[in-house]
Design a protein around this ligand. Structure first.
Ligand SMILES: CC(C)(COP(=O)(O)OP(=O)(O)OC[C@H]1O[C@@H](n2cnc3c(N)ncnc32)[C@H](O)[C@@H]1OP(=O)(O)O)[C@@H](O)C(=O)NCCC(=O)NCCS
Length: 162
């Protein structure tokens, strides 16, 4: 059967500072405390920060950035600074694809350990990280700003890559 509208193609690519507005837009949709386009411009210009984006290409709409991950790498250690998928696109495997690609990159770069922080009640993110082998190694109380209540605790998680 001929497909009238072929499935959108999803491409993971390295992003530069020219994508700062789109990165800030996705971040603002995902987090209570948003980061400005200027902050993203600085991060995406930093050679120590791996900035990967996930872009959807369809035959109908112009290509659209629907997610990103930013990871800072220094002295054999990496820290996930942020990861987000646009709301309507969550739960379709995109977050896992971004994490897989980023971890492959870190492994190739001979990074030994990857850290991240996650709100203790962020079930989707926790489940993703645990399934990739991240273990909780610490907790920071009152760390996560919320619009609707007191700041929540963050878990510090670690993955040993080598
Ligand atoms: C966390 C986030 C990046 C995950 O991306 P996603 O594309 O929605 O996740 P995926 O569809 O790739 O799912 C990956 C895993 O996450 C978990 N997961 C995803 N959605 C979930 C949900 N609603 N409830 C519980 N677990 C969930 C599952 O373990 C899933 O694995 P599985 O599909 O093999 O069961 C995304 O939900 C998001 O952008 N959230 C808002 C921003 C955020 O919280 N970022 C993380 C900050 S630390």
């Amino acid at each position: 059967m001929i497909e009238l509208f072929p499935r959108p193609r999803i491409v993971i690519e390295t992003l530069g500072p020219d994508e700062a507005d789109a990165l800030a837009d996705i971040h603002a949709d995902a987090f209570a405390r948003s980061w400005s386009a200027e902050e993203f411009e600085a991060l995406a210009s930093d050679a120590r920060v791996l900035t990967l984006g996930l872009r959807r290409h369809s035959v109908i709409w112009p290509p659209r950035l629907i997610g990103f991950i930013l990871i800072r790498v220094a002295a054999g250690e990496a820290e996930v600074l942020s990861i987000a998928i646009r709301g309507a696109n969550r739960g379709r495997g995109h977050g896992r694809r971004l994490m897989d690609e980023a971890l492959r990159h870190l492994y190739r770069e001979r990074v030994e350990t990857c850290f991240l922080e996650v709100a203790h009640d962020n079930r989707a993110a926790l489940s993703l990280y645990e399934s990739l082998g991240f273990k909780t190694v610490g907790e920071r109380k009152g760390y996560y700003h919320r619009n609707d209540g007191p700041a929540g605790a963050a878990l510090v998680m670690r993955l040993k890559l080598r």
